[in-house]
Design a protein around this ligand. Structure first.
Ligand SMILES: *Cc1c(COP(=O)(O)O)cnc(C)c1O
Length: 392
């Protein structure tokens, strides 16, 4: 029987009937191609020769000394386009080509996912149409320019709050009307089945490499792995290979914004009042919402973590207590951003800095020889303008 992509009580498919044929076609293609030798060889080649895999596992000598444990970074920041998002964009674009699609559509908030899709689209010969809220277009001029240079159309979205969730609605509308020619390239482990499972498949390469690399470097598994959680794709990507290794602590760090009590954050799990189970954009998971079920506005210094819902598998992993979820505030993330830059000569993305901030905060409770891997999901070049405004 066809799996409907449930993660315990979470996940599933909550879409209008008109989208079911597209999702069924996509699921069938994914189930076939994920075990297909030729498809995997092609993807492997793209990841190696184009995106820059495998990424190194870097030991941080200075930071380790300072914090009193052994800290390694999984360097997704070194990938082409600067973050883990390219793993998923290339995977889905290749899959779309195998099933004969001619056009990619996507939504983007800060523009990072849009750039990854436009890149994969250019490389693999697609027309790419990227939906983006007009408010975001105004805020993210450089990424809009990048997408245009890469040959993509950026389609402004004027509805609602003119940001990411409105762009998703428009992209879904477009897909409903154009399913025959078009693949909707979703950016994180969100949305209806098969997206969360498929995107996990494309991002699991992170954990597979990390496991091999840490065994080589330390002769044992790590004591703890930390990753930031927006939709949750870089986190699932590194966690997945270690889920069965029960002794490895897994920690997901959400955006604490200006603090949980302020209500200005994107901590779906840490805010007991606003973070509740709901259905959004085709899936059932934890969502920030008011008591009428209206989506609560989110806020984070890191645009990539600034989303009202979390991937459904994370909701299950939390319920099973296999992954611990916590948060870092904007202020803590900026401190971590500065510390990693200064100590190791690596400027992290503000998203990834949330994971670094957790390790900084917990340093006193960590044992001296504990081996910790932080998933450095991206590089911080994109964040310099924003940081300039904060640190003066
Ligand atoms: C988009 C982004 C994230 C958040 O997405 P996930 O799906 O939670 O991984 C994290 N880090 C960087 C650098 C990003 O660009």
């Amino acid at each position: 029987m066809r799996s409907l992509g449930k993660f315990g009580n979470f996940g599933g498919i909550f879409v209008p009937e008109t989208l079911m044929p597209a999702l069924e076609e996509l699921e069938a293609a994914f189930l076939k191609l994920k075990n297909d030798k030729k498809f995997n060889a092609e993807l492997d080649e793209l990841l190696k020769k184009y995106a820059g895999r495998p990424t190194p596992l870097t030991f941080c000598k200075n930071l380790s000394k300072k914090l009193g444990c052994k800290i390694y970074l999984k360097r997704e920041d070194l990938l082409h386009t600067g973050a883990h998002k390219i793993n998923n964009a290339l995977g889905q674009a290749l899959l779309a080509r195998h099933i004969g699609k001619k056009r990619l559509i996507a939504e983007t908030g800060a523009g990072q996912h849009g750039v990854a899709v436009a890149t994969a689209g250019a490389k693999l010969g697609f027309q790419s149409d990227i939906y983006m809220g007009t408010k975001d277009i105004e805020r993210q001029k450089l990424n809009v320019l990048r997408m245009k240079l890469l040959g993509a159309n950026v389609i402004p979205v004027e509805s609602g709050s003119k940001t990411l969730k409105d762009a998703i609605n428009e992209a879904l509308r477009d897909w409903t009307a154009n399913v025959k020619s078009t693949h909707y390239l979703l950016g994180s482990v969100l949305g209806p089945h098969p997206y969360p499972t498929m995107i996990k498949f494309f991002q699991s390469i992170i954990g597979k490499e990390a496991k091999k690399q840490v065994l080589e470097a330390e002769g044992k598994l790590p004591d703890c792995i930390v990753a930031c959680v927006g939709g949750g794709s870089n986190a699932i990507g590194i966690f997945n290979e270690f889920i069965e290794d029960k002794k490895v602590r897994l920690v997901g760090v959400e955006a604490g914004g200006s603090g949980i009590k302020s209500g200005n954050h994107a901590s779906r799990f840490s805010d007991k009042k606003l973070g509740r189970v709901g259905i959004i954009h085709g899936t059932k998971t934890y969502v920030l919402q008011d008591h009428y079920g209206q989506i609560h506005n989110t806020s984070s210094v890191a645009a990539g973590l600034d989303y009202c819902a979390v991937g459904p598998e994370h909701s299950l992993l939390r319920q099973l207590k296999r992954v611990e979820y916590t948060y870092a505030t904007d202020k803590e993330a900026v401190e971590a951003f500065k510390l990693l830059s200064k100590e190791e000569g690596i400027i992290p993305a503000l998203e990834s800095a949330h994971a670094v901030a957790y390790v900084m905060k917990k340093a006193i409770t960590i044992k001296k020889d504990d081996v910790i891997i932080i998933n450095l999901s991206g590089r911080g070049d994109k964040d310099l303008d924003q940081i300039e405004g904060i640190i003066k």
